[in-house]
Structures are given as structure tokens and as C-alpha cells.
Ligand binder design. Structure first.
Ligand code: BG6
Length: 476
């Protein structure tokens, strides 16, 4: 659109993930995945952290992913809603265990392929580009119980077989790919992000960094194969973003903030540059980590990504002594509560300028096109007497963040698109709640799994439709 801050080919849309939306956990030949054994309630946190083993389902627990929002059956209606808002991109993930129920098979489950072909073609029918994540908190459970998940090198081959099957089956339909969602969360929530469980007394840092290495090699190999299958394919890495502010100008606090940033950027440094950053050796040394890296691995890592995608919900804050203030967990990362930043109902800071800062920092560091693939506000929504949801707080959040992204574009950064998280209400990854809602579309379901699953357009639905129609010019 002439005069718009956003480039002509800028993509607008929303995102979901298979494990938080599809449900149909035992249909279509799907195998059990890590998300399916993570319960709602008090046991959720220790299971997500890999502290408590949950290899089998229990009768006394509720597992939100089993039904989720039933997107598996309702996707045609849901995609039509996204098309009604004018989406030009729809981000979802493939459930690895729908294609490879155990994970170590050599050929994919045809029913799984057929399902995703239908889904992606449905998007194309409305001229919506699918942006597909291969692994969004979703590892087949068999790979966990048989191989210890990503701690085993064999995972590289299993993942590559899976990735290749996807690139071939959806060739010409899907062009934008992400390998691992929020790859840096492996360090923060090792089971829910990567299927890692720890034995008592073992060096968990050793396990995590070796697993990270296997993922980085698998990601690089998948990137290479994506390009071989179709030179048009574009592959991105995906960072759980949000930079750290120092708690004070004290040099030690500034250093602490840089250290925290590096913990996350470590992954992206490898995926963009093709080799480990210099500071990695010190991290390994200090954590008594001995990384097994072959010469072949080093060559493979040189297959770098085409673009850098990231999620941004909130900025974070660090000090030399993290005991200085109230501790928060923001998208699984530890943070101090900043007096300058308002918080959501779940304690995630609302900081649009932090988005502009993050985008600038990422571009200065990598000089690759950026793609904001998750941004949104988790909030309690209430139906009023007329059955409507007046969610102006959500509109305010998106408006200020789209403005900040526009500012980042004006700063000279190439940004491929804006993707809201949870364009339709879905299961929260951190808490398993339904009541932490992000959508422009409401789904009638509660935290215990009861509800009609009816979809209702919220007030923000009409707002986002207008934003997209005006190509970001009309944000009110
Ligand atoms: C990101 C994930 O961590 O943030 C999503 O990629 C997740 O899967 C989203 O849902 C929001 O987090 P939460 O915990 O509020 O669902």
C-alpha cells in the first residue's frame, strides 16, 4: 500500500502450534508426544522441567493437549475465520508423531501427510502462506523412552528423515519453514521443549548442551535439505526473544544482562554464523561441559538459516544478584520485575519499546531479515450480557507492538511480517490453562476441559481485520 511504513510484501497473520490446538491425540495414527504427557495442575512444572518423569498417562490427571481446541477437526472453519481477518500468513507446526508415530520409522504415516496437505491447501485456497514449524515442543514419546530424546545423536537422523519427508510431501505448497520453535527454551524447560529428563546427580548442563548441539546439527542439515529439495524454500531459526535490561547502571548488572542475553543468543549465533561463538567455550568450561563435536558436524553447521524469526512478548531484567527484586518467569526465562514496566495478569512485562530494541539488537548482530512470528497478550476474557468479548486491552497491546515494529522498519531493518500468537484461543504452553487467552477468536472451553468449543469473534477480531486491510496504516 503506498505510503505505508510496512513493505509491500510484508505478511500479516497469526500463529498456533499443533500440540496446543489440534487435539485428536489418538486419531489418524498419531503417536504419543511429549506434550501429551504434560498434565494440567501442580505436577505440570516438575514434568516440564524434566525433574519428574512422566512416561505414561495417569488416570488422575488431566492432559490439555488431548482435545486442545479440536483444530484437527475444525480447521476448515478456523482457517475461514483467519481468511476473514485477511491473513496473508498462517503459522502452525506439524506434530512429528502424526507423521512418525514412534519417531524412528523410515517412512511417514500417509494419514498424517494427507491431513497436513489438506490443511496447507486450505490456507492456499485463501492465498494464505503457511509458515510451518517442524518441531514446536513436540517430540514423539517413543524417542524419549527408547533413546533419551535429544541426548542421543541418533536423534539427528530421526529428525532429518522427518524433515525431509515434510519438505518432499509439501513441496511447492509450503515455502517458509522454521526448524525448532524457541530453540533456546531447551535450557529453561528441558522436557517440554526437547523431551529431556534427568537422572539424580548427573550434570544436567552437560546433557542440555550436548542435546542442543544435536539440535543445531539437525537444524543445519534440515536447512541444507530444504534448499536441495526446492531452492525457493526459506528456512528460519526461532528465538524466544526479549532482551535483558540491566537492573541498574552498575557495571556488574550490565554484565549480568549481557550474560543472560548470550544464554539465549548462543543458539542463534550458531544457526546464523555457522559456528560456535567464542564465549561458548567459557560457558562450557564453567559448567563442566565437554561437548562432543565431530569435524563433520562443524561442516554441517555451515548450512546457515535464511532469516531470523523470533517471538516477543516482554522484555526482561537482570542483575548481578538476582535476589535484588521480585523474580518473575517470563516465557520460561527468569527476570526481575522492573518498576518501569507494566505487567500482564501473568506477570509478563508489557514493553513495546523492548520490541524495537530487540529487533535492532538482532539485526545489528546478524544482518538477516527478521520475522516476528509470535506476539500477543494472554488475558482473562469475559463474555458480556450480549455474549460479546470487548477486549480493548488486547487491541492496545497489539497496536503498540505493531507501532514499535513499524519504528524498527523505519530504523532500516528488513522485517518479513507480523504474526500474532494464538490468533484463536488455545492451550497455554506454560500453564496448560485455556483461560490464558490470546485469540481474536474466543473458544468456549475452560481449564478443566469443559465447554462447547464454539468459536466467537472478539472485538479485536474486527480491529485486526481493519489493520490488515489498511496494511498497518489504520491502527485504531
Ligand atoms: C511461546 C511458545 O513460548 O509463547 C508458545 O512458542 C506459547 O507455544 C507462547 O504458547 C505463549 O506462552 P503461554 O505460556 O502463555 O502459552
Amino acid at each position: 500500500m503506498p505510503g505505508s511504513l510496512f513493505p509491500q510484501d510484508f505478511l500479516w497473520g497469526g500463529a498456533i502450534a499443533a500440540n496446543q490446538a489440534e487435539g485428536a491425540c489418538f486419531e489418524g495414527g498419531k503417536g504419543l508426544s511429549i506434550a501429551d504427557v504434560i498434565p494440567y495442575g501442580a505436577n505440570r512444572h516438575p514434568v516440564k522441567m524434566g525433574i519428574e518423569k512422566r512416561f505414561k498417562l495417569r488416570d488422575d490427571e488431566y492432559y490439555p493437549s488431548h482435545l486442545a481446541i479440536d483444530f484437527y477437526h475444525q480447521y476448515k472453519r478456523d482457517i475461514a475465520l483467519m481468511a476473514e481477518m485477511g491473513f496473508s500468513v498462517f503459522r502452525t507446526s506439524i506434530a512429528w508423531s502424526r507423521l512418525f508415530p514412534r519417531g524412528d520409522e523410515v517412512t511417514p504415516n500417509p494419514e498424517g501427510i494427507a491431513y497436513y496437505l489438506d490443511l496447507f491447501n486450505e490456507c492456499k485456497k485463501y492465498h494464505i502462506e503457511p509458515l510451518v514449524t517442524l518441531c514446536h515442543f513436540d517430540v514423539p514419546m517413543h524417542l524419549v523412552t527408547e533413546y533419551g530424546s535429544w541426548r542421543d545423536r541418533k536423534m539427528i537422523d530421526f529428525f532429518v528423515t522427518y524433515a525431509k519427508a515434510c519438505f518432499e510431501a509439501f513441496d511447492g505448497i509450503v515455502k517458509y519453514w522454521l526448524t525448532f520453535n524457541e530453540i533456546n527454551l531447551l535450557l529453561h524447560t528441558p522436557f517440554s521443549s526437547s523431551g529431556l529428563v534427568f537422572e539424580e546427580g548427573e550434570n544436567s548442563e552437560q546433557v542440555k548442551y550436548q542435546a542442543a548441539h544435536h539440535q543445531l546439527v539437525a537444524s543445519a542439515l534440515a536447512t541444507k535439505i530444504a534448499h536441495e529439495v526446492n531452492a525457493q524454500n526459506q528456512v528460519g531459526c526461532m528465538l524466544a526473544g526479549g532482551g535483558y535490561y540491566p537492573w541498574s547502571p552498575k557495571p556488574e548488572d550490565v554484565w549480568a544482562a549481557m550474560e543472560k542475553d548470550r544464554e539465549n543468543l548462543f543458539f542463534i549465533d550458531v544457526q546464523v554464523r555457522g559456528y560456535y561463538p567464542a564465549y561458548a567455550q567459557r560457558i562450557f568450561r564453567e559448567n563442566k561441559v565437554t561437548l562432543l563435536v565431530t569435524e563433520e558436524d562443524e561442516q554441517i553447521l555451515k548450512n546457515t538459516v535464511d532469516f531470523v524469526s523470533f517471538s516477543y512478548y516482554a522484555s526482561r531484567c537482570a542483575s548481578a544478584d538476582m535476589g535484588d527484586g521480585t523474580n518473575l518467569s517470563i516465557n520460561a526465562a527468569q527476570s526481575l520485575s522492573s518498576p518501569y514496566i507494566k505487567q500482564s495478569e501473568w506477570g509478563w512485562g508489557i514493553d513495546p519499546l523492548g520490541l524495537r530494541l530487540t529487533a535492532n539488537m538482532l539485526y545489528d548482530r546478524y544482518q538477516k531479515p527478521l520475522f516476528l512470528v509470535e506476539n500477543g497478550l494472554g488475558a482473562h476474557d469475559k463474555l458480556n450480557e450480549d455474549g460479546e468479548i470487548i477486549d480493548d486491552y488486547r487491541t492496545d497491546y497489539h497496536r503498540s507492538h505493531i507501532q514499535a515494529l513499524g519504528d524498527a522498519i523505519a530504523d532500516g531493518i528488513p522485517i518479513m511480517g507480523y504474526i500474532s500468537w494464538g490468533c484463536i484461543d488455545l492451550v497455554s504452553a506454560s500453564t496448560g490453562e485455556m483461560s490464558k487467552r490470546y485469540g481474536f477468536v474466543y473458544v468456549d472451553k475452560d481449564d478443566q476441559g469443559a465447554g462447547s468449543l464454539t468459536r466467537i469473534r472478539k472485538k479485536s477480531f474486527w480491529w485486526y481485520k481493519k489493520v490488515i486491510a489498511s496494511h498497518g496504516n489504520d491502527l485504531y
